[in-house]
Design a binder for this molecule. Structure first.
Ligand SMILES: Cc1ncc(COP(=O)(O)O)c(C=O)c1O
Length: 373
């Protein structure tokens, strides 16, 4: 299996812990362990105090799987398989579902592994473009046009990285219908779910929409617990789950015991966890709106509809890589150049899930005054 470098992760490997402020992170501000433990119920506290650091159940702790299942309408604990982050879930899904002779449809732009691992598994991959002019919404007729007799899966990401776009309900329903009639499996990467700015915009989960549908979830983004490396696949297709579990024996075998205990605590307290996280995002977004309104001749901004990130365009005569490089070197503030997502529109990813966004944005504005006026 040959994988191209993961452009975004290589860029982060260079800068994530060197740059002073990340104005491009896709996770919400990480929870301090002590604050998370304060949210534990009695059973959670007992589990944490008595935790044994042996191997864990390879499908995931049953109590954790039950709590994950409660995020869905039609999913039970036995329809959930826990992984080391969403990244492992993506890797295993593609390797189990795809091989030479298969075809996969994946949106673009997208988190690189969603298409990269599919191709590395031997499948032909068609990309369906999301466009700024459509508010970054999916055009289902383009998915239909991309379908082939050997299409095994249609993979979308709602809310979307890097644009913060979110399909409306009618569009999603059409996509579900199309998947059902075509026989291609619908996979929805839902790692930013629960951070829709208008909760009425929350889409049904892939695992709820279709018996064979797949939801990919994670503790990293909306829940602000990326360091746990706990993600999952939810699907009512038990045969698929069995195959995924058998593949996982060759990747991580089982999950980290402390991480499972902490994920359980967080999910049981999810109302408070999400309220804190939503508070950060809701305080930051208006600051970005203000910045982009003041700089409307220099930056183009499609306001995201969910998640922690957006994908503005630098409309000045300056390549985004050069601007981003100058910004981080002069101010310590990191943005992500769009070409890391294969974008050629001079865009960059901005993240608003971190508590220091006000200070980072001030530095960006000062730098823009000095270099773009
Ligand atoms: C759309 C999407 N899917 C999956 C992942 C992987 O999540 P994790 O790093 O928590 O495994 C990311 C991370 O940025 C993402 O943006």
């Amino acid at each position: 299996m040959r994988l191209h470098d993961f452009a975004l992760e290589r860029f982060f490997a260079r800068w994530e812990f060197d740059a002073e402020m990340l104005l491009c992170a896709s996770d919400v501000e990480g929870w301090p362990l002590a604050e998370l433990l304060e949210l534990a119920d009695e059973d959670g506290r007992r589990r944490w105090a008595e935790l044994r650091l042996g191997y864990t159940e390879s499908t995931g702790d049953p109590a954790l799987r039950a709590e994950i299942a409660s995020l869905y309408r039609h999913v039970t604990a036995d329809d959930v398989l826990v992984f080391a982050g969403a990244e492992e879930a993506i890797f295993v899904l593609h390797n189990v579902l795809l091989g030479p002779g298969d075809h996969a449809i994946v949106v673009r732009p997208a988190y690189q592994s969603l298409a990269e691992v599919a191709a590395a598994a031997g499948a032909e991959v068609s990309r369906v473009e999301l466009r700024e002019a459509d508010g970054w919404r999916l055009d289902v007729s383009e998915v239909r046009a991309a379908l082939r007799p050997n299409s095994r899966l249609i993979l979308v990401n709602e809310p979307h990285n890097p644009t913060g776009g979110l399909s409306d309900r009618a569009t999603f329903d059409r996509l579900v219908e199309l998947a059902a009639e075509s026989g291609a499996r619908l996979i929805v990467d839902e790692v930013y779910r629960f951070l829709e700015f208008d909760p009425a915009d929350r889409l049904p989960a892939g695992a709820d929409a279709l018996e064979t549908g797949v939801s990919i979830g994670v503790m990293s983004k909306s829940f602000g617990l990326a360091g746990l490396r706990i993600g999952w696949v939810a699907t009512r297709d038990r045969e698929l789950l069995k195959k995924l579990a058998a593949f996982k024996d060759y990747t991580t075998i089982c999950n980290s015991a402390p991480s499972e205990a902490l994920a359980l605590i967080a999910l049981r307290a999810r109302d408070r966890v999400l309220a804190r996280n939503r508070g950060i995002v809701e305080a930051n977004l208006p600051l970005l709106d203000g910045f982009f309104a003041r700089w409307s001749r220099t930056f183009e901004w499609v306001r995201p509809r969910g998640g922690t990130i957006g994908f503005p365009r630098l409309a000045a005569d300056r390549p985004i890589e050069a601007f981003a490089d100058g910004l981080v070197r002069a101010t310590g503030v990191l943005i992500l150049p769009g070409p890391l997502f294969g974008d050629t529109g001079n865009r960059f990813r901005v993240g608003y899930g971190r508590a220091n966004l006000p200070a980072a944005l001030e530095r960006l504005e000062r730098h823009a005054e000095q270099t773009l006026r």
